[in-house]
Design a protein around this ligand. Sequence first.
Ligand code: ATP
Length: 240
Amino acid sequence: MLTIKNINAHYGKVHALKNVSIHLGKGEIVTLIGANGAGKTTMLNTISAVTPPSAGKIVFEDQELAGLSPDRIVKLGICQVPEGRQVFKPMSVEDNLELGAYLRYRGREGRREIRRDLEEIYTLFPRLLERRKQAAGTLSGGEQQMLAMGRALMARPKLLLLDEPSMGLAPLVVQEIFRAIEQLRQERGTTVLLVEQNAKAALRMADRGYVLETGKVVLEGLASDLLENKDVQRAYLGKD
Ligand code: ATP
């Protein structure tokens, strides 16, 4: 579904990605793990065209993404949930969710579809239903993460790019978020590229993983194999 070949990214003199190649099959959950500054966020940003790559090729469902604008990429079915969530704080939960569907507003059928999708998001995250009229800025960190994911899902993405969804959240909330990711894959067949500092939780859920170190892929494989890998354990997996 997505093939990235020899991608490079620069911020001025900083060479943030060095010939990175990864691929995702339809319906897969793939995780990128690595230390701070390894290039994980940059990787997601090259796909969503927030940081266009300086070299390399990104192909999504037979279409090359080079030169496409971020909103064109959303139209193709790729949605990113950025780190730090970035919900519209003064707006209600429901208005935030509806904004996610802005590309699909047209006509009465569009409105009906949006209603249906809202119901679906509320089933996935019942807490958002309880708080639908509440200003997004008054939600807890975990609830804001659910809202940011819900908003992305309102665009009905085929590929969801998640940047550190567990950051700063209590373990129970992390479980809830991860459960929702698995449910999405089961119910919608959504493909997920997940960036996580919480490598253990990510590898437990993912099918495959890539380890990034200073802009390079140093290891890749089945998530179950990476969990057993001594180097990965030493560098990224704390004690249980
Ligand atoms: P973290 O887990 O801390 O978010 P990361 O793996 O996502 O880290 P990136 O944010 O992709 O890492 O950063 C990769 C490298 O690029 C780092 O060295 C970072 O300092 C640098 N970098 C990222 N964004 C910029 C920017 N806007 N300007 C200059 N350098 C940047």
